[in-house]
Ligand binder design. Structure first.
Ligand code: ADP
Ligand code: MG
Length: 680
């Protein structure tokens, strides 16, 4: 039912000793107006409300006249809100919390709720309380200091609520009062200037009253199965004074900005609501935490009472005017409160709806998203594994190639070492032969290769140029084949350049053609010595080279074995990644199957939902038809009744006329009989 918000103004006792010099606020019944001192009211500054309480008024009276109905209605299942609005030090906290001698609205409400529910014997109650503070647009839990900066959420089941806020289940008023006291302690925690904070923060004490009819076995399902849930907010707002008056910078300015925001939005909301239904297109509840929490209390499904506290002192006239204007606007707001009753069927339907919603969300949202993400991840992993595998294969190929090259090199080196070894042993032999000869005379003008062993008939040899110097000794290896390798030749001759022009076959020369006696018998001894010396030096060099090559060979062998180890490891790694790729593929397949199954499930659920809704429409139609039939029947019955009545009236008159005819007949017969008797 639509009803106006209940608005009252309360003037607190004057604190200052000064008596007014220009104007004063005059209270007459439910009207407050600004008067000139000893004079007339100032026009335009007279306001009427549901109640105006003067300085002598107690909290008890305020509660009785303004809030009690809201509290009682809350017990009966209506949402309720009572809040105090006004500038700092105008008496908001005094009104809400009260003093030792005169408890405030919150205490009285708590006591009243418990007293009232004790008197209701046919319902059982569950009461939960919470206490929060909005400070700098952040919601903090006053029952649990650790719960800070709580978010506001909205759900089908709970409506608008503060997520994570501690709710205490309570059984008696004392328990609530104790909790409130502990909440106040939390509020003081860490605060150096409590007053500064309290004037800048909004506190909301909230009671959730749930009740259910006790089953009396009367069979009255509609009342005993109904669950009522109502929310009661008791709010002590921050000071409504303009920020300029606080005159502070820094942190306080920031605080001020936020209070301004919350109260400004509250003002906007109230403005818009007071403009009437036509202009209530968009109400900016979402613009501040305060209005969002109080959304149902303002223009919604709630019974609301506002107490606007004002200070009587002349210095506060401007602020008081502001408060009274706010109160006037609030007075124009219409709320539409109704009992929040959930019938069992409705609750069932609601729960089913929620479950379907939940399932849908799971299917459409989180579950499938999770699956899709997992599939994506797996796909990525698979790609990664494949790339890795390709890389590893490439590396392996590379390794194989370099391994082959190395082996080839090693083989070459081995060959060289063998060649050198044989060369060295030949050299040794020849040098020892040379040394055995005391004075070998060798005069060779064409070429000089004294260490020639057996040479096949068609072997090539290079002829020393006639113009060149005496060449270095150039021994040939044992395994020297038919064709002398130019490189080896070059190396062995230590830079000797073959005169390729004079290359000739020496078929005629045989081993026997180099007998010692034939070898340049006229060569000088010195020359021979020199040659021997050269030979020795060369031999040393070759030995050194051999040692070096052997060392290199060993190194290469080591590197090779290490590489073989690495290749083995790589192979193992490749196997492993192949395995994990395989298992990923399997998991991917499984997930895709699951996803498919879920999709099917969702489709069938959607099918069921649509069938159910079809059924519901069909049933509703049927019900309507039956109702129509019933109405027709009722109408017919009524018509019949009317007809019966008319018939009985007609019947009665007929009866009467019949009776009179009967009487007449009787008298006539009597008469006739008498006549007959006379005749006979
Ligand atoms: P607010 O919460 O609006 O800042 P308070 O409730 O703290 O203001 O009131 C400021 C001072 O005035 C307090 O000391 C309080 O006790 C006193 N006061 C306020 N209203 C009344 C009242 N109606 N009767 C007696 N004292 C009051
Ligand atoms: Mg206060």
């Amino acid at each position: 039912m639509a009803e106006k918000i209940c608005v009252a103004v309360r003037v607190r006792p004057s604190i200052s000793e000064e008596s007014p010099s220009g104007t004063f606020w005059k209270i007459e019944d439910s009207r407050i107006s600004l008067h000139k001192l000893h004079g007339t009211p100032i026009s335009g500054l007279s306001y009427a409300f549901d109640h105006v309480f003067d300085e002598s008024c107690s909290n008890s009276k305020v509660y009785e006249l303004l809030t009690k109905d809201v509290i009682h209605a809350a017990v009966d299942g209506f949402n309720g809100t009572a809040f105090a609005y006004g500038q700092t030090s105008s008496g908001k906290t005094y009104t809400m919390n009260g003093s030792l001698n005169d408890p405030g609205i919150i205490h009285r409400a708590v006591n009243d709720v418990f007293q009232k529910i004790q008197m209701i014997s046919d319902r059982e109650f569950l009461i939960r309380v919470s206490y929060m503070e909005i400070y700098n647009e952040e919601i903090n839990d006053l029952f649990a200091v650790e719960n800070q900066k709580l978010p506001i959420h909205e759900s089908l089941e709970r409506g608008i609520f503060v997520a994570g806020l501690r709710e205490e289940i309570v059984n008696n008023a004392e328990q609530v009062i104790k909790l409130l006291e502990s909440g106040e302690v939390n509020r003081h925690f860490g605060e150096t200037n409590m007053n500064a904070r309290s004037s800048r923060s909004h506190t909301i004490f909230r009671m959730v009253i749930e009740s259910k009819g006790i089953d009396t076995g009367s069979g009255d399902y509609s009342s005993s199965d109904a669950i009522r849930v109502s929310i009661l907010n008791l709010v002590d707002l921050a000071g409504s004074e303009r920020i300029a008056k606080t005159g502070a910078g820094g942190v306080r300015l920031k605080e001020g900005k936020y209070i301004n925001k919350s109260l400004m939005v509250l003002g906007n909301v109230i403005n818009k609501l007071s403009n009437g239904a036509k202009q209530r297109a968009h109400i900016p509840y979402r613009d501040s935490k305060l209005t969002r929490i109080l959304q149902t209390a303002l223009g919604g499904n709630a019974k609301t009472s506002i107490i606007c506290t004002v200070a009587p002192e002349e210095v506060h006239v401007e602020e008081t005017k502001g408060t009274l204007q706010f109160a006037s606007r609030a007075k124009r707001i219409t709320n539409c409160a109704q009992v929040n009753e959930i019938l069992t069927d409705a609750a069932l339907l609601k729960r089913q709806q929620l479950e379907i919603e939940d399932l849908r969300r799971k299917l459409q949202g989180s579950r499938s998203e999770v699956l899709e993400q997992e599939i994506l991840k797996l796909r990525n992993d698979m790609l990664k594994y494949e790339l890795e595998r390709e890389k590893l294969e490439m590396e392996l190929e590379e390794e194989r190639r370099s391994h082959k090259e190395r082996e080839q090199r090693i083989r070459d080196q081995q060959l060289k070492i063998e060649n050198l070894s044989s060369l060295v042993s030949d050299g040794d032999r020849s040098s020892s032969q040379d040394s055995m000869k005391e004075s070998p005379k060798d005069e060779c003008n064409d070429f000089k290769t004294p260490c020639f062993k057996e040479t096949s008939n068609n072997a090539f040899v290079a002829k020393r140029s006639n113009y060149s110097e005496l060449p270095d000794f150039s021994p040939l290896p044992d395994s020297f084949s038919n064709v002398a390798d130019e490189d080896t030749w070059f190396k062995m001759n230590k830079g000797y350049i073959a005169d390729l022009d004079s290359l000739q076959t020496t078929p005629a020369r045989k081993v026997q053609s180099f007998p010692p006696q034939d070898i340049t018998p006229d060569c000088s001894n010195d020359n021979y010595k020199l040659e021997l010396q050269n030979l020795k030096t060369q031999l040393e060099l070759v030995i050194k080279e051999k040692v070096e090559l052997q060392r290199k060979h060993e190194e290469e062998v080591q590197i090779n074995s290490r590489l073989m180890g690495e290749i083995c490891e790589l192979k193992q790694e490749l196997d492993l990644s192949n395995n994990s790729l395989e298992s990923s593929k399997q998991r991917y397949g499984n997930l895709e199957r699951e996803f498919q199954k879920l999709k099917e499930e969702r489709d069938s659920l959607l099918q069921t939902v649509s069938e159910s809704s079809k059924n519901i429409t069909f049933l509703t139609d049927q019900k309507e038809n039956i109702l129509k039939d019933l109405n027709c029947e009722v109408q017919r019955r009524k018509d019949l009744e009317v007809e019966i009545k008319q018939f009985s009236v007609a019947f009665a008159s007929r009866q009467r006329s019949l009776a009179s005819i009967h009487g007449e007949f009787k008298s006539k017969i009597e008469k006739l009989r008498a006549e007959n008797l006379v005749r006979y």
